[in-house]
Design a protein around this ligand. Structure first.
Ligand SMILES: [Ca+2]
Ligand SMILES: [Ca+2]
Ligand SMILES: [Ca+2]
Length: 139
């Protein structure tokens, strides 16, 4: 369930496959987890950290892909299977739809919480830690 929330955070999984990440590393793409693929898709300059600009670009791409009726808002039925509680948390004005501003506000909050060393980038390790924290499991 918590994993879903990171996947919502870093969209563009399909784009990762299209980019041919298998060429960039030693591992075949099939050995990457969904989280790794989403992370690599977001890290467009490949420096191993997702910056806020990269996060915003990834978010914009994901948002546009999901917004099937192009009204600039994501309705629950456009999101497919998703976490209702997370949806309500992101839907700041409670209109039942997510604006890009609401999505970005949520992502920026998660980004800042996850950037433990405050270097302005989210490493894969920091991202994983943030997911654990959301799950409430890890110390
Ligand atoms: Ca980067
Ligand atoms: Ca829409
Ligand atoms: Ca960091």
């Amino acid at each position: 369930m918590l994993r879903t929330s990171w996947r919502a955070l870093a969209t563009g999984v399909a784009a990762a496959a299209a980019l041919g990440w298998a060429d960039a590393g030693a591992q075949p793409a099939g050995e990457f987890s969904d989280e790794q693929i989403a992370f690599m898709a977001a890290d467009t300059d490949g420096d191993g950290e997702v910056s806020l600009a990269e996060l915003a670009r990834d978010a914009a791409r994901g948002f546009a892909t999901l917004d099937r009726n192009h009204d600039g808002l994501l309705a629950p039925d456009e999101l497919g299977p998703h976490d209702d509680a997370l949806f309500r948390r992101v839907d700041a004005n409670g209109d039942g739809k997510l604006s890009f501003e609401e999505v970005m506000a949520n992502k920026v909050g998660a980004f800042q919480a996850g950037d433990k060393d405050k270097d302005g980038g989210l490493s894969f390790h920091e991202m994983e830690s943030e997911v654990e924290a959301e799950l409430g499991g890890a110390p």
